[in-house]
Write a protein that binds this ligand. Structure first.
Ligand code: ADP
Ligand code: ASP
Ligand code: MG
Length: 415
């Protein structure tokens, strides 16, 4: 079985859905497991619905109505009036409205997962119906019955044993299956999510549990490039990348692959292909065993809007183990992700991703124990396989507040 994953950009409009269908007709669609994300920017729009739910006096409908119109107008472009897909969409919108109206929970992350996941339920319903209408028989699957997780809402951890057992039992080879990326469910069957951009990871989980022949993630770029095309003008396609190198690139923030995707694939040596849904005949990138990186050139990664904290003790004593242990407990507690650490005798710097909004609470605690310097909104540049020329080019016109060199990697925190 092959696993194919299509992200939000590939199904951002009716033409995208038609293109996905054509691509399957060209590449073959038996024994394929399709994983599809929410359409276009739907997840961001659903996040606004969650914001509205928690804001006193704000009506969530103002945020949900545009999501509804978007999906219905897309369906109108793809289907005849009266097609059963319209009832399917309507039922999903009634469900989410029901939740928002009748369930009162103060738990942000829990509510987030119950609401935001509708993006994927809607997109897969639409795509499944469309493929059927074009003669591509397929089976729509609710991934929440298969991927079981803990209750760490918004960043749930997979229960591999249960997930493996359910997939082995429920999925047969042969048909074309379609399911949602990003979602799972906890022991009480509440929806959980695997972290933003987590659909690549879903594809890897399914690939692992199905012993898939390969996993392909179809993107709006030609494959993994040596630099993020949103921030760098010149980019080169990497034809071959080893699992290890890909894990490093994704960890440092090469957002073309979700960082958790590689580990399950690497452990069973399942190849990962990153290919263009715009030019599906091109080979793209192969992540697998073998050559570290081909061609061997510097790779540039940037993470925007990071936070740099510089800490020193209040009494100029050394930064000792108990200080650090305390610090890392707090980072864990407030769910701040560490990008980079650097220490000296009396100070400790850490560059963080404030993805879950825990920074303010962290600062409050840290200020009791340390002298704290906080730079908000810094950028973190990472250059793998650096040359001095590559470092100089990256430094140009920027104020570098921290630099770190480690083997083949240079990191610069800039503002
Ligand atoms: P999806 O549609 O699957 O969610 P993403 O938007 O998450 O796709 O990933 C594709 C995007 O990743 C590209 O459009 C590109 O802007 C960005 N990107 C960042 N770093 C790289 C890189 N090194 N190579 C290719 N694309 C990259
Ligand atoms: N729809 C989710 C997101 O936008 C998951 C994904 O696209 O991978 O984060
Ligand atoms: Mg995405």
């Amino acid at each position: 079985m092959k696993v194919f994953k299509f992200g939000g950009a590939s199904v951002k409009d009716a033409d995208g859905v038609k293109n996905l269908c054509r691509l399957l007709q060209q590449t073959g669609h038996s024994d394929v497991f399709l994983v599809v994300s929410a359409m276009g920017k739907t997840t961001n729009a659903m996040e606004e619905v969650v914001e509205a739910y928690f804001k006193e006096g704000k009506d969530f409908s103002e945020s949900l109505d545009p999501v509804e119109s978007f999906h219905f107008s897309l369906a109108q472009e793809l289907f005849e009036e009266g097609d059963p897909v319209f009832t399917r969409l309507q039922v999903l919108f009634e469900e989410v409205r029901g939740f928002l109206k009748w369930i009162r929970s103060p738990k942000y992350a829990f509510v987030y997962d119950q609401v935001v996941g509708y993006g994927e339920l809607l997109s897969t319903a639409l795509v499944s119906h469309y493929l059927q209408s074009q003669g591509l028989e397929n089976e729509w699957i609710d991934v929440r019955h298969y991927i079981k997780t803990d209750r760490n809402y918004r960043d749930a951890g997979v229960d591999w044993d249960q997930t493996q057992a359910r997939i082995r039992k429920g999925i047969k080879s042969g048909p074309l299956y379609i399911t949602q990326g990003f979602l799972g469910s906890d022991e009480n069957n509440f929806t959980t999510t695997l972290g933003r951009e987590g659909s690549d990871y879903t594809a890897a989980i399914l690939g692992y549990c199905l012993d898939a022949e390969s996993v392909t993630i179809w993107k709006d770029v030609s494959g993994v490039l040596n630099a993020d095309p949103r921030y760098f003008e010149e980019t080169t396609l990497l034809e071959q990348v080893s699992y290890r190198e890909a894990i490093e690139l994704a960890f440092y923030g090469a957002s073309v692959i979700h960082p958790k995707t590689l580990q399950p694939l690497q452990s069973k040596e399942i190849p990962l292909y990153v290919r263009s849904f715009i030019q599906p005949k091109e080979k793209g990138t192969e992540v697998g065993r073998g050559k570290k990186i081909k061609p061997e050139i510097p790779c540039f990664i940037v993470k925007k809007k990071q936070v740099l904290l510089q800490l020193s003790t209040l009494d100029f004593s050394f930064m000792a183990e108990h200080h650090l242990s305390n610090l890392f407990d707090l980072l864990h507690q407030y769910r701040l992700k560490t990008d980079l650490i650097q220490n000296s005798a009396i100070s400790f710097s850490v560059c963080l991703d404030n993805r879950f909004g825990g920074l303010e609470a962290l600062l409050k605690d840290l200020e009791q124990q340390f002298k704290v310097n906080c730079y908000r909104d810094v950028d973190l540049y990472t250059i793998r396989h650096f040359t001095e020329e590559a470092v100089e080019k990256t430094r140009k016109d920027k104020e570098v507040v921290l630099e770190q060199r480690n083997g083949e990697t240079v990191q610069l925190v800039t503002r």
